[in-house]
Write a protein that binds this ligand. Sequence first.
Ligand code: SF4
Ligand code: SF4
Ligand code: SF4
Length: 267
Amino acid sequence: MKAVKILRVLLSLAILIVVALLIVCDRTEWLHRSLLTINLAWFSLGALVVWLVITLLLGRVYCSTACPLGTLQDVAAWIAKRVKSGGNGKYRFEWGNWRLRVIVVLLIGVSLTARDPFIGLLSDPLTVTERVLQWLVQPAVMTLLGMLASAVVVLAVMGLAWSKGRTFCNTVCPVGTALGAVSQISLLQMEIDPDLCMNCGRCEMECKALCIDAKAHTVDSSRCVLCFNCGAVCPAGAIKYHADRKRLSTPLLQRTPSLGVQAHAES
Ligand code: SF4
Ligand code: SF4
Ligand code: SF4
């Protein structure tokens, strides 16, 4: 799975670099207009349906590779990991909070309905990306108010990534909430094979989505952003990305992060 992870990282960096270059080279309003157009296209019904179908089949590929804001957060988390613990992940599993995610989406909906796009713009991944990159590479072209607003966004999103990986993606981002709802039932998912697992806990410590409960051998696929970190560090090859769900050999009670306690029986 290391090769898949490397490919994913290279692809996501390439997309981020293209977006950053566009911003550096842009001396006019062209970029702003283009991003607005891309935004509209990205969130148009057709694009949404395409991404939902991809997510239904493969999981959150958009969040792992295509979204530049996801990559920016990964860069912040990568630096934090090296500064804080010499390159070893120190993440710990946390329960997902669907209630909070739905409340944020409702707030955005109310804000947009009231024709006040403020909250919507602060949580829209492409707009936030534009703000972060412009603040980082071209602060001179920004107004003072724009710089201050962007500084707040940069500190909030990157600070969260620095301390808790992809928490923004799994709490605030409305796109992440929509894709997360679909990825719960996606065809391909990350899964731990309890028969192979040596209970070392390394996958949980490397999971920046905080969605692996290594003790319970569960992965919350609604929050998994398909970074493949877990599979790359697993010494037993116990984590697989596949459609062929492993069935436990005896009926038992097993916790699943998104559903609480659920009975699993031999199918
Ligand atoms: S959850 Fe949102 S910000 Fe995070 S990678 Fe997905 S689309 Fe981008
Ligand atoms: S890294 Fe592999 S062996 Fe270790 S706890 Fe995770 S699944 Fe089990
Ligand atoms: S479960 Fe694995 S692939 Fe998914 S976010 Fe966590 S580390 Fe990445």
